[in-house]
Design a protein around this ligand. Structure first.
Ligand SMILES: NC(=O)C1=CN([C@@H]2O[C@H](COP(=O)(O)OP(=O)(O)OC[C@H]3O[C@@H](n4cnc5c(N)ncnc54)[C@H](O)[C@@H]3O)[C@@H](O)[C@H]2O)C=CC1
Ligand SMILES: CC(C)CCC[C@@H](C)[C@H]1CC[C@H]2C3=C(CC[C@]12C)[C@@]1(C)CCC(=O)C[C@@H]1CC3
Length: 324
């Protein structure tokens, strides 16, 4: 009878490994002696020792070769929040994640680490030092958040000792660092268009921005602590800098550092949120005729005008996490 060879614990796959977080994760894994396969819909770089598999994660047959002899899978692929395309989010984050789980089970993968998001509990109102026990948002503000919630539930519920699949979810918030494709680019683009003169609300709201290397560190700790008897199986973990900052101070520092003026004039939060909602509706109605993407989406305005910072005490306790 043929015996199944147990894959090496240092062989892993990174789904979404061509992206911002994914590439940082791949680079750190290679440094730590892992053999890495990247699976992504695009290839954005080359790295010695890393094998690239190009394909759509909704296609199980395309995924399986990237998972051959792999014991650990990181799933950090998602459409960009800015795309605001309901069907795309549902297809990739929900149906695609189901496919990833099936492929992991078929390929005999032992551990699956999902990159979720702290925004799965954010409903547009203040979250102060939020723990992982907060309920999922009942009224998620956008399709991105709505489908990230479903995705996280799928992965955590897939934890099944019987089948041998151990799962965990990492919830970062507002990732920044080299090659960030959204935070600084959106900010700079808005500043160039003269849209960053205003502070939404009173400007004192405190939030988490998380350095990408801390997020990578949290993922690797979780992967290495994921064992059948570990308390982390089937659980989500917030990973932050453990250093919440004022949203508008952070924005101002980045803008001034890049040679733009800091926002100065205050606008009432409720008015800007209402306008953003109106613009979003207008863009939705006019979509068949004209396509325009408002800079100030309801989600961005909510993030810019409320407190949203999270406790990483559970990660410190269970993962031995400490910001780098
Ligand atoms: N950037 C942030 O502030 C935060 C990001 N996250 C999560 O972190 C993860 C990584 O995000 P980023 O690196 O910022 O985004 P990114 O856009 O740089 O990376 C996502 C990657 O997924 C790939 N991808 C998308 N659809 C795919 C598909 N159908 N099949 C295969 N690959 C596909 C893209 O090509 C891209 O390389 C995502 O799951 C995101 O939800 C969570 C919290 C905050
Ligand atoms: C136009 C301005 C009012 C705001 C400009 C800055 C924003 C582009 C960013 C500030 C907080 C960021 C953030 C995310 C994207 C970029 C910001 C809105 C996420 C939505 C990315 C995906 C997540 O999972 C949560 C993030 C929260 C913070």
């Amino acid at each position: 009878m043929a015996t199944r060879v147990r894959p090496s614990s240092k062989r892993c796959a990174v789904i979404g490994g061509s992206g911002f977080l994914g590439r940082h994760l791949v680079e750190k894994l290679v440094d730590r002696g892992y053999t890495v396969s990247v699976f992504d819909i695009r290839q954005s770089y080359e790295l010695p020792g890393v094998t690239f598999h190009q394909g759509d994660l909704c296609d199980k047959q395309a995924l399986l070769p990237a998972m051959k002899d792999v014991s650990l899978v990181f799933h950090c692929a998602s459409p960009a929040p800015a795309s605001d395309d309901r069907r795309l989010f549902e297809r990739v984050n929900i149906e695609g994640t189901r496919t990833v789980i099936q492929a992991c089970n078929e390929a005999g993968v032992q551990k699956l680490v999902l990159t979720s998001s702290a925004s799965v509990v954010f409903e547009g109102t203040d979250v102060k030092n939020g723990g992982e026990d907060l309920p999922y948002a009942k009224k998620p503000i956008d399709y991105y958040t709505q489908t990230k919630i479903q995705q996280e539930k799928l992965v955590l519920e897939a934890f099944d000792e019987g089948k041998g699949l151990l799962t965990v979810a990492i919830r970062p918030h507002g990732i920044f660092g080299p090659r960030d494709p959204q935070l600084v680019p959106i900010l700079v683009d808005s500043a160039r268009k003269g849209k960053m003169r205003f502070i939404i609300g009173d400007g004192t709201n405190v939030v988490d921005f998380t350095f990408v290397e801390n997020v990578v560190h949290g993922h690797i700790l979780a992967a290495e602590r994921l064992r059948p008897d570990s308390p982390i199986c089937g659980k989500p973990y917030h990973i932050t800098n453990d250093e919440p900052v004022r949203f508008w101070d952070f924005m101002s520092e980045v803008l001034v550092g890049l040679g733009y003026a800091a926002p100065r004039y205050h606008l009432p939060y409720a008015v800007v949120y209402g306008l953003a909602l109106l613009l979003w509706l207008l863009a939705l109605i006019l979509r068949p005729l004209v396509s325009f993407k408002p800079t100030f989406t309801p989600m961005r305005v909510a993030l810019a005008g409320t407190h949203h910072y999270y406790s990483c005490e559970r990660a410190k306790r269970d993962l031995g996490y400490k910001p780098l």
